[in-house]
Ligand binder design. Structure first.
Ligand code: C5P
Length: 287
């Protein structure tokens, strides 16, 4: 039996450079895994069977199942596996939970089936499952380019605390709609990301003003009730509030664990969905 954690992520920067001919957008982004994580267990089984405790995920849409089927096909593997997935990352929240489950499944099954594949070996399968899956084969702090599939690990960010708040807003085809709502004027040239990459490579820490997300300007128009929710967090006395990926989760970085706990208490009265997290620098998917 193999057990792995599938960590969530936040985007420290997320810049959209422009639209491509294939319908995707070219991005540059610095991604960071955090200690909030789903848990996956892999056991030998003749078929691919996925047991998941989240009723919000349609079984046929579960990215762990899709990843298992895609890897079995790519390896021409005849064995199956029983995968037990315990969800802790809010779904469709901008935290990469589904993509992380997919990456953890590729890693877990490559071990269960004694293949021990590297991230490079699994790159093609990962990319076909979703733009963020390749990053989660690495985790930690990484620069992501292309549509998300070109991943360059960066020096690990020193331990940083944050508070997350996920508003109860569900939206079909959320990511595609957010990309579709971007105007040319929302496209940037990547300088925020380059600045952060230089700072991290130079051994300098992250400052809140380095955080950037191209979707900040369109999220209010796409998610019903988002602007009010965001305002209520700011009114509760927050440090700068940032959008996590394609949202609707919002986060704020804090100086330390105590500040994070205090901010969580102030945010929690707004709906009980706030949680304290910290960055995880260890290689991804090591339980
Ligand atoms: O790759 P993934 O399935 O996560 O993407 C969902 C949708 O988000 C895509 O169908 C596309 O519309 C949009 N997308 C994009 N550019 C990216 C990633 C996603 O336009 N780099």
């Amino acid at each position: 039996m193999i057990q792995l954690k599938a960590h969530a992520k936040i985007n420290l920067t997320l810049e959209v450079l422009g639209k491509r001919d294939d319908g995707y957008h070219d991005i540059v982004s610095v991604l960071q895994t955090i200690d909030l994580a789903d848990e996956l267990r892999f056991e030998p089984h003749p078929e691919i069977v996925v047991e998941c405790d989240a009723t919000t995920i349609q079984p046929e849409e579960n990215l762990a199942r899709k990843a298992a089927l895609a890897l079995r096909e790519a390896l021409q593997e005849e064995r199956g596996a029983k995968i037990t997935l315990t969800k802790r990352i809010p779904t469709a929240a901008g935290l990469g939970g589904g993509s992380s489950d997919a990456a953890a499944t590729l890693v877990g099954l490559s071990r269960l089936w004694e293949q021990d594949l590297s991230p490079g070996d699994m790159g093609h399968v990962a990319q076909a499952l979703g733009s963020d899956v390749s990053f989660f084969l690495f985790g930690g702090t990484a620069l992501v380019e292309g549509r998300g599939e070109i991943v360059t690990p960066l020096p690990e960010l020193s331990e940083t605390w944050a508070v997350l708040a996920t508003p109860p807003i569900e939206l079909l085809d959320k990511t595609a709609r957010l990309y579709g709502a971007l105007a040319e004027s929302d496209y940037t040239v990547g300088s925020a990301t380059r600045g952060l990459v230089l700072a991290l490579r130079g051994g300098r820490g992250l400052t809140p003003d380095q955080i950037f997300n191209a979707f900040e300007s369109v999220a209010g128009g796409i998610f019903p009730g988002f602007a009010e929710y965001r305002d209520s967090l700011v009114d509760a006395g927050a440090p700068p509030v940032h959008l996590a990926g394609s949202g609707p989760t919002l986060f704020a970085l804090t100086e330390n664990a105590e500040e994070a706990a205090a901010l969580r208490e102030r945010w929690d009265v707004l709906g009980g969905a706030a949680q304290v997290v910290k960055t995880v620098a260890t290689p991804y998917n090591r339980a």
